[in-house]
Design a protein around this ligand. Sequence first.
Ligand SMILES: [Zn+2]
Length: 157
Amino acid sequence: MSDTPQRLSWKSYALKLAIVASERSEDSFMKVGACLLRHDNSVAGLGYNGAPSGIELNWENRDHRRVRVVHAEVNALRYTNPGECYLLACSHIPCNDCMKTIAAYGIKEVVFNDVYVRDMSSFDIAREFGIKLFATSNVASQVSVENKNKFELIDFQ
Ligand SMILES: [Zn+2]
């Protein structure tokens, strides 16, 4: 055994930062965070789900806020340019709309730690768009055998 703690991989590093960012969310139903890495692994942006700047939302009404909230991935992408980043880490798998936007920014790798159990369609959208998915054992425990074949498992504590 070495005394040196195991060094975080870049994927785990970005995912941990995304989870920290999620703690800034005002949304009591769903806190989501995202982190973007440039090609040199520097952090290009962090984001969490929230109201557009200067807009007040009714956070108590889930249906009201659902159609008005800006997703964490979009809030993180605001700080970057297309082609600048290769990886997006998100606390949760991006929804279909975010997956399209991620593809439009030229991002080829997405890492996540949780899924929306009611909608697993993002696994297939990612594959169609040539985005490679990486997920934690937390995801593996929540998805069907079929969907387990659609991502690579990362070591994440
Ligand atoms: Zn989304």
